[in-house]
Design a protein around this ligand. Structure first.
Ligand code: F6R
Length: 592
C-alpha cells in the first residue's frame, strides 16, 4: 500500500507527478502530497483524502521545477492527517522523502533521535526515517542510504530529495516495489509501471537492498557499496491501462473483461483439446507431488479454497488451504513433496511474502502482475495476463486464478490417469464454453439490477449454499460488503440452524446459491428462513429468482460469482458510492 513516484525531467514535473499519482491511487487514498525543488528550496503540498484534493490545491500553482517526488498514502502509523501525510521533511527543511512500507523498529530509532532533541510533527514511521537521515547525513546521500539500510528493519521503498543535490532523486528499496523508468529526457521512479505508462515503456526493477540515484539523463544503482550493472527492459502495450470508455467504473469494466481473461488463458494452454503446460517448470515435479498447500488472502484465499476442492476431487491429492496471514503462526505438520501454490493478483501482498521463509518445496505462483515481488521468488509462475486490475475489488483476476486452478487440476488428473479420456475431454470442452456462458449472464443483467434496488436498503445480508456453492458465497459476500458497506456473511446452508438462524427476520435478506447437487437440501433451508419472515433471492439454473446457464457441477464457481459481482456493482451504484475505491481499502496490501 502507498504509492510513490519521483521524476527528474528537463521541464516542469507537475503533470507527471499528478498523473502518476492518479494511476497510483489504487494503492491508497488517505492523503497525497508532492515535494519539489524550486529557487533553492524544497516546496511541499499535501492534502488529506483523495488525490482530487491535492489536485485542487495545486491547480493554480505554477511549478517550475524539473525534479520532484509524490505519494499516495494508505494509513498505517498515524491517522490520515496533514501532519502524517507524505512527503516527510527533515527539520532543517533540506531533505524530503516518500515511503511505501512499514518500519518495524521506528520507535527504537525515534528514541535515539529524541535523545538528540530531534522534534517530530506527526506519528508516522516515515517521519522517523527522514529525521534519521538528517542525523547521519554528512554530505554524501549514498553513504547515508548504505547506513540507513543497515539500521532500518521492515519494508521500504524510498524516494528522497536533498536540497544540496538539486538535480538528483535518491532511492533505497527493501521489500516494497520500486522501479526506474527511462523516458527521452526524463528518468522516473515509481511503485509500478502503470503510473508511467504515458511516458515510457522502458523499465528496470530495483532489487531488495539496492540504492542509488536518478537524474534527468542518468542513473546509478548500488548494493552494499558496489556499483551494479543494470539494463532497462521493454514492456509491451498489453501492460498498459486502458481508459474507461463505455463503462461507468473500472469494477464494471473488469467484470465484463473476465470472460476474455478466461478465454485468453484457455486459448494459450489448450491445443487440440489437450492442456499444454510443456513450457512450465512445474511439469518436472508434478509426478512427485504428494500434497498441495494453497495460500492466499481475501478473494485469492477464496480461489485457494476452490483449488483445494479441485485437487482433491479430480487429482485425489490431499490439499490444504491457509489464509496467508495465519500460516506462519499455525502449527503445521510438514510433509514431503509438497507443492505450494501462492495465489495473488498483485504479487505484492505482504502476508504472502512473509510465508516464504517457511516454504521449502516447489513454489508455484498464480499471479497477475509480472515482476511483482512474490513472482520473483517463485519456482514457477502462472501469469494471469489479465491486464491491470484497477478496481480495488478484484473480479477478473479472481476468475483468472480459478481458470488456472481448473486447468492444473484437470492436467494433473489426466497425467496421473485418474480420469477417463472422455471425462478429460468433456471437462476441456465445458471449460471452453464458460466465456460464452459468462457473456449470457452479463447480457441478462436486468434482474440483478432490479434486485440491487431492493437490497441497497438492507443492513444485513446472508449468503447461503453448500459445498462449492458455499465457497462462492464466501467471495460473493466479501464483494458485497467491501463495495457496498452492507454487512454480509457467508454460511454453509446446513450450518444456519446451528446458531445463525436466530438473526433471521424480515429485515434480513438471504442470497441462496442452488447450483450444486445438494440444492434440494438448501431449498429446505430456504423454507426455514421464509418461515421466519426472512427474504430470499435464489440463484440457480432454473426455477429461481435469477437463472444462470448450466455447466458441469465442478465449474459452477466460474458462473455463479458473476451475478454476485454484478449485484455488488449495481448496489454500490444505487448507493452512489465510490465503486473503485471503497473506503479504508487499497489494491495492493503491502503491510502485514
Ligand atoms: C477483494 C480483494 C482482496 C484481495 C486480497 C489479496 O476484492 O481484492 O481481498 O483479494 O487483498 O490481494 P492479492 O490477490 O493481490 O494478493
Amino acid at each position: 500500500m502507498c504509492g510513490i513516484i519521483g521524476c527528474c525531467a528537463s521541464s516542469s514535473i507537475k503533470d507527471i507527478l499528478i498523473n502518476g499519482l492518479e494511476r497510483l491511487e489504487y494503492r491508497g487514498y488517505d492523503s497525497s502530497g508532492i515535494s519539489y525543488i524550486e529557487n533553492g528550496k524544497i516546496i511541499t503540498y499535501k492534502s488529506v483524502g483523495k488525490l482530487i484534493n491535492l489536485k485542487n490545491k495545486t491547480k493554480d500553482i505554477n511549478i517550475n521545477s524539473s525534479i520532484g517526488i509524490g505519494h499516495n498514502r494508505w494509513a498505517t502509523h498515524g491517522e490520515p492527517s496533514l501532519n502524517n501525510a507524505h512527503p516527510h521533511i527533515s527539520n532543517n527543511k533540506k531533505i524530503s522523502l516518500v515511503h511505501n512500507g512499514i518500519i518495524e523498529n521506528y520507535l527504537e530509532i525515534k528514541d535515539i533521535l529524541l535523545g538528540q532533541n530531534t522534534s517530530f510533527y506527526g506519528k508516522t514511521d516515515t517521519e522517523v526515517i527522514v529525521k534519521y537521515i538528517e542525523y547521519i547525513y554528512k554530505g554524501n546521500p549514498l553513504d547515508s542510504l548504505l547506513t540507513l539500510n543497515k539500521v532500518l528493519k521492515g519494508t521500504y521503498a524510498l524516494c528522497i530529495i536533498f536540497l544540496d543535490h538539486p538535480n538528483k532523486i535518491f532511492f533505497l528499496k527493501k521489500g516494497s516495489p520500486l522501479l526506474i523508468g527511462k523516458g527521452k529526457e526524463e528518468i522516473y521512479l515509481s511503485s509500478d509501471i502503470f503510473s508511467l505508462q504515458n511516458y515510457t515503456n522502458l523499465f528496470l526493477y530495483i532489487k531488495d537492498n539496492q540504492y542509488g540515484y536518478i537524474s534527468n539523463s542518468t542513473y546509478q544503482v548500488f548494493e552494499d557499496g558496489n556499483y551494479i550493472n543494470t539494463n532497462f527492459e521493454k514492456y509491451d502495450s498489453k501492460q498498459i491501462v486502458e481508459k474507461l470508455t463505455t463503462y461507468n467504473s473500472y469494477l464494471e469494466k473488469e467484470i465484463y473483461e473476465s470472460k476474455d481473461v478466461i478465454k485468453n488463458i484457455i486459448t494459450k494452454h489448450i491445443n487440440d483439446s489437450k492442456i499444454d503446460f510443456s513450457k512450465y517448470k512445474i511439469n518436472k515435479v508434478i509426478d512427485n507431488i504428494e500434497n498441495i498447500v494453497l495460500l492466499g488472502c481475501g478473494s485469492s484465499y477464496h480461489s485457494a479454497l476452490i483449488g483445494k476442492y479441485i485437487f482433491e476431487d479430480l487429482c485425489k491429492i490431499p490439499s490444504s488451504t491457509y489464509i496467508a496471514s495465519e500460516f506462519p503462526y499455525t502449527p503445521i505438520i510438514k510433509k514431503t513433496n509438497t507443492l505450494y501454490i501462492l495465489i495473488s493478483q498483485s504479487g505484492e501482498t505482504a502476508d504472502l511474502i512473509s510465508c516464504l521463509p517457511l516454504l521449502d518445496d516447489f513454489k508455484l505462483g498464480i499471479i497477475n502482475v509480472k515482476n511483482s515481488s512474490l513472482s520473483l521468488k517463485m519456482d514457477d509462475n502462472f501469469f494471469l495476463e489479465a491486464g491491470s486490475e484497477i478496481s480495488v475489488a478484484t473480479t477478473k483476476a479472481y476468475l483468472g486464478q480459478l481458470t488456472f486452478l481448473y486447468l492444473l487440476g484437470i492436467y494433473i488428473a489426466n497425467k496421473k490417469q485418474l480420469i477417463s479420456k472422455e471425462y478429460y475431454l468433456s471437462l476441456i470442452q465445458e471449460l471452453e464454453s464458460i466465456p460464452n456462458k459468462i457473456k449470457q449472464i452479463l447480457d441478462n443483467h436486468q434482474e440483478i439490477k432490479d434486485f440491487s434496488n431492493i437490497i441497497k436498503d438492507y443492513k444485513n445480508v446472508f449468503f447461503i449454499g453448500r459445498n462449492l456453492d458455499y465457497l462462492t458465497c464466501l467471495e460473493g459476500s466479501l464483494k458485497l460488503k467491501e463495495v457496498t458497506y452492507i454487512h454480509s456473511e457467508a454460511i454453509p446452508s446446513g450450518e444456519l440452524k446451528h446458531g445463525t438462524i436466530s438473526l433471521i427476520d424480515q429485515d434480513v435478506y438471504t442470497i441462496a446459491l442452488l447450483s450444486s447437487n445438494l440444492r434440494n437440501k438448501t431449498k429446505s433451508n430456504i423454507k426455514e428462513i421464509e418461515s421466519r419472515k426472512g427474504k430470499v433471492f435464489s440463484i440457480s439454473t432454473n426455477d429461481s429468482n435469477y437463472n444462470i446457464p448450466s455447466t458441469l457441477e465442478i465449474f459452477y464457481p466460474l458462473l455463479q460469482i458473476v451475478p454476485l459481482q454484478l449485484l455488488s456493482l449495481y448496489t454500490a451504484e444505487n448507493k452512489k458510492l465510490d465503486i473503485d475505491k471503497p473506503r479504508n481499502l487499497a489494491k495492493s496490501v503491502t503491510v502485514e
